[in-house]
Design a protein around this ligand. Sequence first.
Ligand code: ASP
Length: 302
Amino acid sequence: MMALVIHGGAWDIPEEETDSLLVGLRQALTAGWDYLAGAGTAIDAVTAAIQVMEDDEAFNAGRGAVINAAGMVELDASIMNGTTLGAGAVAGVRVIKNPILLARLIMDENEHVLLMGEGALRFAHEHKAPICPPSYFITSRELERQRKTQGGQRFTAGAASQKKRLPADTVGAVALDSFGTIAAGTSTGGIPNKYPGRVGDAPLIGCGTYALSTVGGVSTTGMGEAMIKVVMAKTVVDLIKQYNGNAMKAVREGMEILVRQTRGYGGVIALSRQGEIGIAYNTSRMARGYMTTAHQIPFVAL
Ligand code: ASP
């Protein structure tokens, strides 16, 4: 059994953005599935799917990411191999073209898990990860969004319902390969108008991303501060175990915990080791899709 499930963020996605998100989801699924179908690894499938979405300005990751309160794009990403527990992550990077690739390089090097700021840049130079000027990431859509929200409220935990409307096309993927390895990854520009230096759940192993091949894998999206507080990704993996691989039950229970304990919002995707898919969200929409051995045509929905 092989499976790939992806997300492109959970929020109140406006009608005019739906087409480009659906196209991007399909391309990401196809890129990831090509690896799985060719006896490639779950890690390669997750990396490929996320890279496609980072390069696609429809998503809040890589090019097209949201702009912070200082007018900058700061990107977070993480990736994890559920068999070796190898993990890599970057936080607050400003000129790395594909943060997921840098996270992957950190994982492969197997010395550290999370690099940020200057050190991440140095590591990128040493490993020849593609670099872009800050202007590459800033799109007219995000400049317009920032202009409209200038002087508006920044994120606060208390304004949860209002923030459900904030753009959050963070991306993530979870894959199960033919060798039984589960991998998960997440990449984001964070939340719009965020305080400079703010780091969300996406680069934190256990919060935005977690994988354990004997149980399952998870990627999250939504209000990062809330996800961190309930260690969302690891919590859902634990629930998959508790519910004997019932990934759907696990993600639903995970969202209930999130709401009960933090009044947070967002969404979560999961895979069990049996290839069962779980998707849950409490926003009005979530960009999502999957392919499995039994369903080899991309399924995408908003
Ligand atoms: N979870 C991300 C963060 O808080 C944002 C999102 O998923 O939309 O940085």
